[in-house]
Design a protein around this ligand. Structure first.
Ligand code: COA
Length: 188
């Protein structure tokens, strides 16, 4: 997929269907063998769209959602961030909550640009550090390590009836991630 003209910007309610489509495609691509199969089979784009419409229609002022938007394909990735929700061995102010790139659009720097957009926004909210939770068996953990995330906690979580090993990566200073941003991106 050509993503040369893909822009990263704040999400709008009209992006709900596109985000839901990417979410379900990315989960079904990423989590087989990690999350229970019945859960993945049961995912519904229509249900997720309703949830996203509600969420984007009444956004929490302390959180932000970004989309990577391709002029032809529409939404090809999304990310959400806000204050850190976890007790960690070091003080961390912000958190990358979700980061999903359409499987067909992966490998074109969109993950990196979405991280940069989140870092820039957190910095603008005076949050200078960030963490992310990732399932240990998700290969995306190596993406965060590649972006110089530091493994700070190994724990576990329960999801869809399964007990799953979970890792926390952290960036004590996210200015280096912000510098990955494309200056043309509309990430205000
Ligand atoms: C992880 C994810 C967001 C990365 O996005 P992407 O657009 O494919 O990655 P990018 O093209 O921006 O990659 C940026 C850099 O990270 C590297 N990278 C990407 N995925 C990687 C991985 N799984 N392991 C190691 N390095 C990785 C790339 O090689 C690239 O390196 P370079 O710029 O130094 O050459 C994407 O693969 C994805 O959505 N995965 C499925 C969903 C998921 O697991 N999300 C995280 C939930 S916690």
């Amino acid at each position: 997929m050509e993503t040369g003209e893909t822009t990263v910007r704040r999400a709008q309610v009209a992006d709900a269907a596109g985000i839901a489509r990417v979410q379900v495609a990315a989960w079904r691509d990423t989590y087989p063998g990690v999350l229970p199969a019945p859960y993945l089979v049961g995912l519904s784009v229509g249900r997720e769209e309703i949830r996203w419409r509600r969420r984007l229609g009444r956004p929490h002022p302390q959180t932000a959602t970004f989309v990577a938007n391709d002029p032809e394909a529409g939404v090809v990735g999304y990310a959400t961030c806000g204050p850190n929700r976890w007790r960690l061995p070091l003080p961390i102010e912000g958190e990358f909550y979700e980061l999903y790139v359409d499987p067909a659009a992966q490998g074109h720097q969109l993950g990196r640009r979405l991280v940069a957009a989140m870092a820039a926004w957190l910095l603008a909210q005076h949050m200078r550090s960030a963490c992310v939770q990732v399932l240990r068996d998700n290969p995306a953990r190596w993406f965060y390590k590649h972006l110089a995330g530091r493994l700070v906690l190994e724990g576990a979580t329960r999801f869809a009836g399964a007990r799953l090993a979970q890792l926390t990566y952290a960036w004590p200073d996210i200015q280096s991630l912000d510098r990955l941003a494309d200056p043309l991106d509309g990430t205000a």
